[in-house]
Structures are given as C-alpha cells and as structure tokens.
Design a protein around this ligand. Structure first.
Ligand SMILES: *[C@@H]1O[C@H](CO)[C@@H](O)[C@H](O)[C@H]1NC(C)=O
Length: 422
C-alpha cells in the first residue's frame, strides 16, 4: 500500500530530483568541456597526418631507415647530441644513426648512460639494417670516454676538446643543444657560476659548448663530400612562451623577484630561443645555420626526474604528466622536430620547427615575422610563432622578442662564460 506523500515530502523529493538533474548536467558539461582540447588535438592530428593542414606531413617511414631511400638520409652527417641517453635526445640520435649518419656523438651527464644508449642503438641498427650481413657492421655511434656534465663548464671544455683529440671527430655538421633540466630548486645554485641551475645548464653551458664547437662546425664548408651545410639546433619548449617569466634584469633571481622553479624553467627556455636568434645573426653569414625546435608536449622522464616542486602527496601528477597518452606524443614523435631540423636542407636559418598542432603533430616550419601593432610592448619586435600570431601572441606577449632582448642576453652570457660567439 502506497502512502500518500505529505506536501513537505513531495517538495523534498522534487528538490532531490532537481539537484540530480543539475548535477548530471554539470558533470556532462564539465566532461564535455574538458574533452574539447582532446578532440581538438585528435582531430588536428588526424588532419595533419592526412596532409590537410597545409604541407604534407613530414614523417619518416620505416622503409626509409637504413638509408635505402635517398630522400631522408643522414649520410655524411656528423651529429653531436647533448642529453642523448633518454627522451627525444635518445630517439633523435637513434633515428639519425639508423638513417646512416656518418657519426652520432652522444653527450651524457653520467658515463654509464651513454654506454647503454650506444649498445641499444647499435643493436637496433644491426638487427634492422645488417640482417644477414652482420660482419659488415661498423658502429656509427660514438660514446666519448669523457662524460658531458653541463653543470661544470670545465668539464664541458674538456669534453669538447676530447672530440677532436681522442674520438676522431674532425668536423661536425649538426650540433643539437638538447639536454635540459626542469623545475630544479634555487639552492644550491650552480657551484661554478653561482647561477640559477636551469639557466646555467639549459642556456649558459650550451652557449659555452657552442663556442667551443665552432671550429668543427666551420670546417664543414670546406669538405669534399655532399654535405655542405652545418647547423646548430637549439631545443626550446612551449614553456618559452610563458608570460612574465623572463627578466634579464633579474635573470639570476637575486633582486627580489619571487622564485618558482617553473618560472625559471620558462626563462631558461626563452633564453634558448633568444640564443638561437643570436646564432642566426652571427653564424648564418659564415654558412652555419641556426634553428630552434620545440617538441610540444612529449611524454618523457623530464617530468618525473624534475618536478621537485610537487609535495609528496601530489606525486601522482608526475605520473599523469609523463604517462598520459591523450594529449601527448611519444618520444619518437617528439624527436621528429629535431630530425627534420637536421635533415631538411631547405629550412632557412632563423626558423622555428614546431609540431603542426601546437602541442602535438608532425614538424612544421615557422619563420619569424615582424610583430603587428596590436602586440602590446612588442610593436617593433618579432614573433617566433606566426601560426598562432593573431590569438596567442597577443595573450602571451612572450612569444615575441626584440633585438635588444637578444643582445642583452648575449652580453650577459659572454660575461659569465668569458667567451664570445661572433
Ligand atoms: C648569481 O647569484 C648568486 C647568489 O647571489 C651569486 O653568488 C652569483 O655570483 C650570481 N651569478 C651571476 C653570474 O651573477
């Protein structure tokens, strides 16, 4: 027997149903909103792979490995990669070795790691390219006897000198400034320069290494072989656009600017872009190109090893950042920006090679463009990412740079390292 509800009970029940409806609508709405970037990226990646976002997607098919197809071929190239033991550095080094590079020189902070990378790359090349002709195999991967610790400028110098003195490297066609640390604490600072660690390792040490490698890069133009172009590829990051992160006047976090490890990371990555522009203006007249590239959002252990700012309870965010496959690319796909920068001889110096879909996608080439009047504070500057010029460069003023930004950073870095690149 059903009891008749009192008016009060009736009101309560109606309220419960109404609340349920609102709750459901909100959850569905939130779910829908949160999936928009996902749909955007997936649809975009699909269109990109079909070649519908402009030029045909730049990829390497497995049949192009081992140098059987002439078009994408690293023959004659001598490539130096810093941070070659993991992530996109490792994948780029491996791909170039499989594309028959003359030599791929691995730079790793700790010794055993390069040894392991070399063994892995050699094994894969033997398996893929020398099946049945194992006795013809000679390795094209060099694991230098010294390790490349970017934290220590003296060690950088010894490493660079050892390449020609001990490792038989007498020219370098491509220098890839790839190694990076992320979100490290302010203290202790770098023991050598006293600088904030990310600026030291990601920018200053790479500046110093580049200055030491110049003779090897310069000797390429005099070579007999087919490869005449040499280049420096600087790996930046989406973080370089982060607004309010870069401050030349307090670049070392000593004049009261509040420190956040992510701000400092973004600053070091902006420094990478400015440095690439400096190299473009000084080296391209000498026949050495300077390109910058960024890997978008690639799942690498950069998040795991470096996000020290997270409290223990939030450690799972590192797992999400380094393992979620929804929004991110694999290290191999992320390494394609580097690989295209090296192999595509038609890219002009000063370009920025980026994923077609902002955070993911195949590599596309952006040319710096003069900023428009609506770009606050950067009216006479240059925009590094023309693809997003209208929307993003307005919101993130940090996309743009001026000549004096490039000059100011260069003077600072010359002072710290005691060397000039001109
Ligand atoms: C950076 O700041 C630290 C701490 O104040 C200082 O010891 C160091 O000399 C500074 N380095 C440079 C290159 O300005």
């Amino acid at each position: 027997m059903v009891r008749k509800l009192t008016p009060r009970e009736l009101r309560q029940r109606r309220a419960t149903i109404k609340f349920g409806k609102i709750f459901t609508a909100l959850s569905v709405g939130l779910w829908f909103l949160s999936s928009i970037p996902y749909i955007f990226i997936r649809v975009g990646t699909f269109l990109d792979n079909k070649g519908l976002l402009g030029e045909a997607p730049w990829t390497i098919k497995s049949k192009e490995m081992c140098g059987e197809q002439r078009e994408k071929n690293a023959e004659g190239r001598v490539v130096v990669v810093t941070g070659a033991n993991s992530g996109i550095g490792y994948e780029a080094a491996k791909t170039l070795a499989l594309l028959n590079a003359e030599k791929v020189v691995l730079g790793c902070r700790s010794k055993g790691k390069c040894e392991y990378s070399k063994a892995m790359i050699d094994a894969e090349r033997l398996e893929l390219c020398f099946k049945g002709q194992e006795k013809d195999f000679t390795s094209n991967v060099i694991d230098p006897s010294l390790s490349l610790d970017l934290g220590d400028l003296d060690a950088v110098k010894k490493w660079a000198e050892s390449l020609s003195a001990q490792e038989g490297v007498d020219y370098v066609t491509d220098l890839v400034l790839n190694a990076g640390i992320m979100s490290t604490p302010l203290e202790p600072r770098n023991p050598g320069t006293g600088l904030e660690n990310q600026l030291h390792t990601n920018h200053v040490a790479h500046f110093y290494l580049t200055s030491l490698m110049l003779p090897l890069l310069e000797s390429v133009s005099a070579l007999e072989g087919a490869v005449k172009d040499s280049k420096v590829v600087t790996i930046a990051s989406l973080a370089a656009q982060s607004p309010f992160s870069y401050s030349l006047s307090d670049i070392n976090f000593t004049s009261g600017r509040s420190f956040s490890s992510l701000t400092a990371y973004s600053q070091s990555k902006r420094a990478n872009l400015l440095f690439a522009q400096h190299l473009h203006s000084t080296l391209s007249p000498k026949g050495i190109k300077s390109l910058a590239a960024h890997p978008g959002y690639t799942r690498t252990n950069l998040f795991h090893n470096n996000w020290h700012f997270l409290p223990k309870q939030l450690d799972f965010i590192k797992d999400i950042a380094s393992e979620n496959t929804l929004f991110s690319m694999s290290s191999y796909d992320g390494a394609m920006m580097t690989v295209r920068s090296i192999l595509d001889v038609n890219i002009p110096s000063g370009s920025y090679v980026t994923p077609a879909m902002y955070a993911t996608g195949t590599p596309v080439v952006s040319r710096p463009k003069v900023s428009k009047w609506w770009n606050p504070g950067y009216k006479d500057g240059v925009i590094m990412y023309p693809f997003m010029e209208n929307v993003w460069s307005w919101i993130w003023g940090g996309f743009s740079f001026k000549d004096e930004d490039v000059k100011g950073l260069n003077e600072f870095t010359e002072k710290v390292t005691g060397v000039k690149i001109e």
